[in-house]
Design a protein around this ligand. Structure first.
Ligand code: UDP
Ligand code: MG
Length: 328
């Protein structure tokens, strides 16, 4: 037993601009909770001064603990690293950019303790500070996920949530490399509640979720939880078969009437279309095969290069690769 009641996991990728604001706002909130806590700041292989700034802050804030991943491994992998190293009876994950207000942590913890909940989601009641693009893509994402996975995906619940130790232990032993937590956690079926909050504007810096990473997350979510995309091949095949039946009748009638038309264009188009459809289906199949392959390889999703709690953590500025494009 470490005596830590609450761990706050904060994944950070190139967030040097928000570190001072984050510390200034998070610390009074956590100090005010009157419980033993730790902040597990996970530096996701940043190429800027995020780790150095956090390390500096740690000198005057002993509860601030720094984990540094050797390379940029993506938001969900950083969350995984934080969950694995967090020691608290309760673990809250929160974005670094203060879009999720730290003040909501107190009601989350209170709800969990008073109502005996294992999971408390932070649900965005108002996203008007997000761009129209972000809001509409997020809306489409949650609709699609509900359609694919079923009704129990809480809408507008991102990665701001509180988990009990029991849930964290269940998550830790799952063999998945980088699970999509916002879908995985509800699928476990623990007693859950929610605390609603107003989504704020990013305190500083730029979004670390460009369109490419958003699309990656959406695809991972769909493929991790549903085989429906594979069924697309069956449907396309059935459709092609029906079209073929119609064209066969047409062809025979035309032939019987002796009015066969030269068919270069139609043949050409049919061949191209079918080839394209087949390639798409093959690609879909390949995506699932790749997932099986990665699971079998069973390589770790992240490597922790520095943990300020380790007996001999070494220098914080370990030589790193170029800040590579994130996996997602
Ligand atoms: N993040 C991360 N690794 C990445 C991308 C993002 O750890 O590869 C962190 C980021 O620092 C932030 C959180 O994930 O704390 C959410 O990212 P962001 O706020 O940029 O996403 P948005 O709110 O724009 O969807
Ligand atoms: Mg954000």
């Amino acid at each position: 037993m470490t005596g830590v009641v609450l761990s706050v996991v904060v994944p950070m990728f190139n967030e040097e601009a928000v570190v001072p604001a984050l510390v200034a706002r998070l610390r009074p909130v956590l100090d005010g909770l009157a419980v033993a806590y730790e902040v597990v700041a996970v530096d996701d292989g940043s190429g800027d001064r995020t780790a150095a700034l956090l390390f500096e802050q740690g000198r005057t804030w002993p509860e601030l603990r720094l984990l540094r991943l050797r390379r940029n491994s993506g938001h969900q992998a950083a969350l995984t690293a934080g969950l694995h190293r967090a020691r608290g009876d309760w673990v809250v994950s929160i974005d670094a950019d203060l879009q999720d207000p730290p003040e909501a942590i107190a009601p989350m913890l209170a709800a969990a303790r008073e109502r005996g909940l294992d999971v408390v989601y932070g649900v965005r009641s108002d996203r008007s500070s997000d761009s129209l693009f972000k809001r509409s893509t997020a809306g489409a994402y949650y609709r699609l996920m509900r359609r694919l996975i079923g009704g129990d995906v809480p809408a507008q619940a991102g990665d701001f949530r509180l988990l009990s130790r029991e849930v964290v232990e269940v998550l830790k032993v799952l063999p998945e490399r980088t699970p999509v937590y916002r879908l995985l956690v509800p699928s476990l079926g623990f007693a859950s509640g929610s605390v609603s909050y107003v989504r704020e504007k990013r305190a500083a810096g730029e979004t670390k979720y460009p369109l490419r990473k958003m699309a990656g997350l959406a695809w991972d979510s769909a493929a991790d939880f549903s085989a429906a995309p594979l069924r697309l091949a069956t449907w396309l095949g059935a459709l092609a078969f029906l079209a073929c039946l119609g064209l066969m009748v047409f062809g025979l009638v035309v032939w019987a009437n002796g009015t066969v038309i030269p068919g270069w264009t139609s043949l050409f188009l049919a061949v191209l279309l079918l080839a394209a459809v087949q390639l798409i289906c093959l690609g879909l199949l390949g995506e699932y095969v790749a997932r099986i392959y990665r699971t079998v390889q069973n390589r770790p999703a992240f490597h922790i290069g520095f943990d300020s709690l380790a007996p001999d953590p070494g220098p914080v500025d370990i030589p790193r690769q170029r800040p590579a494009a994130a996996a997602r």
